[in-house]
Design a binder for this molecule. Structure first.
Ligand code: IMP
Length: 498
């Protein structure tokens, strides 16, 4: 006889937080959003901590090296998706690990015999006004000089003439060797009144350019999540099919953490994959999921998962519940799994962090997920809206949108995530659509973080453990839910610029 669980399946929209007493030491400036990413003994610090509790979804439409760099610089973490060939995913990981703040790989490059008109075209395309002149016109060629948009003018110079006639040749160009640090480079930029310092290897090949503007930009990110060698951290998704090939390549490329990503993670396949990773790569943490109840959490925690991802059917692009009738409201799932995590810690002394994945529609849903016990959240729709995400930015009559499609849609066809039998999708479990464009991740995430901090302050907490242990939540009726929204006639919003 089937068992009917007593509690109703509930979503975040059905809850609100009650304010607690706010002490005088509680202010957004004193809120500390650090949170553990991987399994550790209770009372100890996790080997990898996030500085803000945000990770990006393991999806084609979301994770790119650019997004991974921006998110890690802001204190979170991106999991690069596994719905691509192993070598491509490893190359994306390597791109993030090789990122050196302030050291730019030149994207505006020409050869000395290229014409000034070609140079002007390249500058227009990249939007940059400094070009490297290398022997072969590539970013890694032997550097012969630099040329900027101030060095030539269409009316004064013959645009058919060669770049070499207007460039500053290497002999007259201050440059640095491969071991220069960012602060040394910055000192030279100021002392020698330079805008740009090329960094060369021993043979004179161009490695990087350091710009004055990028140094100040780097100062904007005091919260970066980095490894022992000060490289940005990055995660990578894996699946239960090709992990024997994928995991070695990702570890070799420098991935900091892996995550088994299945639409239903409560399976022997996942336990087998966890056992294999733990046996062959004991030093690399690996998460598991997705699950929606305490029993499934305990199964994965016992199989070795270093964190567990929660959520089935709540994603904004997800139609799993429509198609298969499985899933659970995200709030109920998080509450149940977090209770099992606490019981697991009581029993074993080990703390296995919980990730609330999907279904976070409003910024305040993040606060609810964390208050209910999640250690961090994972979001797809949210990050897909930013410049750094993979989807194309498209103009519409009402403004810009970004493409966003599910891993179970016909566009992504990520059959490794959906286990419908065989190597393909029999039916779709996700949709393909658009989300409103939201500009630069750095600005958008700062706003969400500001809201989270002020919510915590209202709840009288300055750390996430304090927030979780003191939060008081109430269920909302339909009528009180209506009260969440403004009830005045809104002033006209400014017309969209065309
Ligand atoms: P969102 O933040 O609400 O957009 O949800 C993102 C999450 O939805 C991902 O992290 C996945 O767990 C899940 N997901 C991604 N693609 C699909 C799909 O095609 N069908 C169902 N769930 C999906």
């Amino acid at each position: 006889m089937a068992q009917i669980i007593a509690e109703v399946s509930r979503t975040f929209n059905e809850y609100l937080l009650l304010p607690n007493r706010t002490r005088t030491d509680c202010s957004p400036a004193t809120v500390d959003l650090r949170t553990p990413l991987v399994r550790h003994f209770g009372g100890e610090v996790s080997a990898i901590e996030l500085h803000v509790p945000f990770t990006s979804a393991i999806m084609q439409a979301v994770g790119t090296p650019d997004l991974a760099i921006a998110l890690a610089r802001n204190g979170g973490l991106c999991f690069l998706h596994h719905n691509q060939p192993v070598l491509d995913q490893a190359a994306a990981v390597r791109q993030v690990k090789n990122f050196k703040a302030g050291f730019v790989t030149s994207d505006t490059n020409v050869r000395p015999d290229d014409s000034l008109s070609l140079l002007a075209d390249v500058m227009r395309r990249t939007g940059h006004s400094t070009a490297a002149v290398t022997h072969d016109g590539t970013a890694a060629g032997r550097l012969l000089g630099l040329v900027t948009s101030r060095d030539f003018h269409p009316q004064r110079h013959d645009l058919d003439g060669p770049v070499s006639g207007r460039m500053t040749a290497l002999a007259d160009l201050p440059h640095a060797g491969p071991d220069v640090t960012l602060s040394e480079a910055n000192a030279r930029l100021w002392d020698e009144r330079l805008d740009c310092l090329p960094v060369l290897d021993a043979e004179g090949h161009l490695l990087h350019l350091v710009f004055r503007s990028d140094y100040t930009d780097n100062k904007r990110f005091p919260n970066q999540v980095v490894d022992a060698a000060k490289r940005l951290r990055v995660g990578a998704g894996v699946n239960t099919h090709d992990y024997r090939e994928r995991v070695p390549a990702l570890v070799e490329a420098g991935a900091d953490v892996l995550c088994l990503d299945s639409s239903d993670g409560y399976s022997d396949w996942q336990a087998q994959a966890l056992t294999w990773v733990k046996k062959h790569y004991p030093e690399i943490p690996v998460g598991g999921g997705n699950v929606v109840d305490g029993e499934a959490f305990t199964f994965l925690a016992e199989a070795g998962a270093d964190f567990v991802k929660v959520g089935v059917g709540g994603g904004s692009i997800c139609i799993t519940r429509d198609q298969k009738g499985i899933g659970r409201g995200q709030a109920s799932a998080v509450l149940d799994v977090c209770a099992a995590r606490d019981a697991f810690r009581e029993r074993t002394g080990e703390y296995v962090p919980i990730c609330s994945d999907g279904g976070l529609v409003h910024d305040y849903h993040v606060a609810l997920a964390l208050a209910m016990g999640a250690d961090f959240v994972m979001m797809g729709r949210y990050f897909a809206r930013f410049d750094q995400a993979a989807g194309a930015k498209l103009p519409t009559r009402d403004g810009f949108v970004k493409e966003y499609w599910g891993e179970g849609s016909n566009r992504a066809r990520n059959w490794q995530r959906y286990g419908q039998g065989g190597q393909g999708l029999v039916f779709e479990e996700g949709v393909d659509g658009y989300v409103p464009y939201a500009g630069d991740l750095n600005e958008g995430l700062a706003l969400t973080i500001a809201k989270l901090k002020t919510t915590m302050v209202s709840c009288g907490s300055i750390t996430l453990p304090e927030f979780q242990s003191t939060a008081r939540l109430t269920l909302v009726s339909d009528q009180s839910f209506q009260e969440n929204h403004a009830s005045v006639t809104l002033r006209d919003t400014p017309p969209t610029l065309t």
